[in-house]
Design a protein around this ligand. Sequence first.
Ligand SMILES: C[S@@+](CC[C@H](N)C(=O)[O-])C[C@H]1O[C@@H](n2cnc3c(N)ncnc32)[C@H](O)[C@@H]1O
Length: 362
Amino acid sequence: MSALPAAAPAFDQAEAEAFADKTLSILNHGAIAAMIAIGHRSGLFDVLAGLPAATSATIANAAELDERYVREWLAVMVTGGIVTYAPKGRTYALPAEHAACLTRDGALGNLAVYGQFVALIGSLQDKILERLESGEGLHYHDYPHFHGMMAEDSGQTVTGQLFDTILPLVDGIAERLEAGIDVLDAGCGRGGALIAMATRYPNSRFVGYDLGEDAIRYAEGAARSAGLTNIRFEARDLTGYDERERFDFITTFDAVHDQKDPAGLVHGLFGALKPGGVYLMQDIGGSDHLENNLDFPLAAFLYAVSLTHCMPVSLGQGGAGLGTMWGWETAEAFLKDAGFVSVTCNRLPHDPMNVWFVSRKP
Ligand SMILES: C[S@@+](CC[C@H](N)C(=O)[O-])C[C@H]1O[C@@H](n2cnc3c(N)ncnc32)[C@H](O)[C@@H]1O
């Protein structure tokens, strides 16, 4: 007897309509997110936070921007539920409770920084459509303003928490830094974290490497302005990195998964540590199994960043293209394969997207 074809599941009209509503909401919120980037980069959120309820002309004047454009941006913010509007006096206000997560000195951090990533993702549409066909990668020069965005991100999640919550993950490191040791930050970007450590620990010596020449030039300028003499930056491709037993403490902040050869870099960093040295790695804390990431904070955002940046820049260097969600399991395996011992995986409340591995060289 031949099996009957399985009946198609009944079409659920209510479910379809609810999903259409959800899709409309996603589109509306996506547009708001991109406009949050404009509010951040133009300084409009900071200006609004410093003003009482004001007209678009007053706001534009205070921000030194064009009133017509500002008024249209304000309309997005009002309909998006971010700014309030009083029709009588045609005034706009940013409630203090909203300014707390949208301004440069917001009490809850500045989430507007991440609007820039949404805007960047959108701007890459044409390139990703081409790559979907060709499978080719992208290069750092395809991402204008990337190092600036990253510096703002790590300025909050790394540098801002370095001394209170991050370095305390590494037993005894503050004392060793005070006494004087050699430190490397690999993939240092604009170098904010390293400059903060070099300022705090004048007896230690600090080196920062990054592929990005513009990021390194920025870091050198910032170190010069701070009057530091215990820090050096170098534009350097870390592919095949092979210095031997030079450093006591090595850090990478969100700088392994998008390398050409992440496993090779972890091996290289192991070789560059002196015996007894410590490696502190911050990297994305998602799982390498998609099904484990359904409730991971900002998972869809992170996969989108992966598709448009982390995966293609690795592929563009001829690399593995592991992607942003390479998985903490992969990171742990790379650390153990490289020879690290007492590998511990930490999560910090201020940084729900990342894990912090502390690993020692025997
Ligand atoms: C996501 S960013 C993080 C930057 C910095 N650690 C921070 O937290 O702001 C990753 C960094 O890795 C650097 N990078 C990527 N591939 C590299 C390579 N092959 N050699 C050296 N640096 C590389 C990039 O230029 C970029 O600055």
